[in-house]
Design a protein around this ligand. Structure first.
Ligand SMILES: C[S@@+](CC[C@H](N)C(=O)[O-])C[C@H]1O[C@@H](n2cnc3c(N)ncnc32)[C@H](O)[C@@H]1O
Length: 257
């Protein structure tokens, strides 16, 4: 199962000016520019031009802050190459099509907060030993992706009123289909109010956690809960920390505590 290792400060400090996903887009574009440029202007044989493109696209990935960003940066060029038929069956601009599809499914805003990685099925088992909710609680998965978090939450609290908000409309649509018992909105989790929810669940990024806790403090009633898979809110005392069998943590915060 995918995980986001925390960014290595030394590495992220090496790319301070470029906001994600710009480094990935630039790496992919550099791969294409190198391949097409060398094939056309230097008349390099196709295999060599492709190899040069692969190297040029992969090198910047070494500077990326996390494992998954390295994978995305290095993998985008070969994937776009395959998607366009490598041999030039399609016009060169056709590589923009998979990119456009990706941008549609995965708008830049969502990349900045967190790309789509699902909560493992049993990741939240035992959460009710640490978190006591009122009867028929309202539970929000902020950035609900394809609904895996909602399903994991439902396994713990079948009686809960579950809702999700997701920026990407295809993912929101997928969640509506997969989780017909939940109320799912397409929108920005930072804009809608979290007041009225007894628990907000997050599987985002380390950088999002301070903002999430500040929003929860401002909007949620004292005694309500914020639960984060994997990522800790630095400097904030957790009510409890659960460990998954894989060793990944689940951080539990009580608002107003
Ligand atoms: C790591 S995935 C987690 C998905 C789901 N919560 C789960 O645990 O299976 C993070 C999701 O948050 C979404 N997201 C990121 N920023 C968002 C924002 N500002 N508003 C709504 N959704 C956002 C992404 O599109 C992605 O689907």
């Amino acid at each position: 199962m995918a995980s986001f290792p925390s960014p290595r400060p030394a590495a992220s400090a090496r790319l301070p000016a470029l906001r994600w996903p710009l480094p990935a887009l630039l790496a992919w574009a550099a791969g294409w520019a190198a391949m097409l440029g060398l094939a056309r202007m230097a008349a390099l044989p196709p295999a060599l031009a492709v190899t040069a493109g692969l190297v040029v696209a992969a090198l910047p990935a070494l500077l990326a802050a996390t494992f998954w960003r390295r994978v995305i940066m290095a993998g985008g060029f070969p994937v776009s190459l395959l998607a366009t038929g490598v041999g030039g069956v399609l016009p060169a601009w056709a590589w923009l099509l998979p990119l456009a599809a990706l941008a549609l499914a995965y708008p830049v805003t969502a990349w900045r907060d967190a790309p789509m990685f699902p909560t493992p099925r049993a990741a939240l088992a035992g959460l009710d030993r640490h978190v006591v909710l009122p009867p028929s609680p309202s539970v929000l998965d902020a950035g609900c992706g394809m609904g895996h978090g909602l399903r994991a939450l439902r396994a713990v609290w079948p009686q809960a009123r579950l809702s999700g908000i997701e920026w990407s409309w295809p993912l929101a649509l997928a969640t509506r289909l997969r989780c017909p018992w939940a109320s799912v909105a397409r929108g920005d989790m930072w804009r809608g109010s979290w007041a009225g929810h007894d628990l907000v669940y997050l599987f985002q990024r380390p950088e999002s956690m301070a903002r999430a806790l500040a929003k929860a403090d401002a909007e949620m009633r004292p005694g309500s809960w914020v639960v984060s898979l994997e990522f800790e809110a630095a400097g904030r005392r957790a009510h409890a920390r659960m460990a998954l069998p894989s060793g990944r943590p689940v951080w539990i915060y009580r608002i107003g505590a």
